[in-house]
Design a protein around this ligand. Structure first.
Ligand code: GLN
Length: 223
């Protein structure tokens, strides 16, 4: 594909949106509004479509992991990410992408299918540890605003973006090379590691395009 002028939508980008469960339709609609072509990823063969980038949407990570395993999609997605394909993973998608996952109560449940990177259905390429359903009942869903940092801007000048959290995980530890893009109460809620962006909230539910633009910018870096 050819890159547009700096900051312009990537008109020809072909983005695969994992569509086995969750709010994939909202992501796809947002990306199409930015001029991208979107492909729903429902089986392993859908991954052969010369994709420029992948989106892993929110939803229910245990269900998504089971389906990725059943449809033999986790391994090929993992290989694509490891070879540089940009990925945007939100909420449940972040849980699939995380190298380590823990439960809110500290319990280690060996039956969970994606506890470790190598577990069935896990993708496990993002060096972070996440805690599922970490905000407790009262705060299970809430709205906030915080600045989106970039390499060039200090946080003071960075514009606020809207953040919608729905039974969100928390990023409780980050590995070397993981950059925090957005934080709330000093905890990261959006991170980047090379070609991988992982976020605990839902940009597909708010009007702001800044995170999508950042994601589409990774395609140029990979091309
Ligand atoms: N609580 C969900 C999970 O653990 C994630 C919620 C979401 O994606 N909005 O899978």
């Amino acid at each position: 594909m050819s890159a547009g002028p700096k900051g312009a939508p990537q008109r020809n980008a072909k983005i695969g949106v994992l569509a086995v469960q969750g709010d994939f339709a909202e992501h796809a609609a947002r990306l199409r509004a930015l001029g991208c072509e979107t492909i729903e990823l429902r089986c392993a063969a859908d991954l052969d479509a010369a994709l420029d980038a992948i989106v892993l949407p929110g939803g229910e990570s245990t269900v998504q992991a089971a389906l990725l395993e059943e449809f033999a999609m986790a391994e090929p997605i993992k290989r694509m990410i490891e070879t540089g394909t940009p990925v945007l993973a939100t909420c449940a998608g972040l849980i699939l992408l995380a190298r380590e996952v823990e439960h809110a109560n500290g319990r280690s449940d060996s039956r969970a299918p994606f506890e470790r990177a190598g577990a069935p259905g896990a993708i496990g390429t993002l060096p972070v540890q996440v805690r599922r359903n970490a905000y407790g009942r009262q705060l299970a869903s809430f709205h906030a605003e915080a600045p989106l940092r970039s390499n060039k801007e200090g946080e003071d000048e960075a514009p606020n973006i809207p953040l919608t959290f729905i039974r969100a995980p928390q990023i409780v530890a980050t590995g070397e090379g993981v950059e925090t893009l957005v934080s709330v109460d000093e905890a990261p809620v959006a991170v980047r590691f090379g070609n991988q962006i992982g976020i605990t909230f839902h940009p597909e539910l708010d009007e702001d395009n800044a995170l999508y633009q950042l994601f589409l910018g990774l395609i140029d870096a990979h091309a």
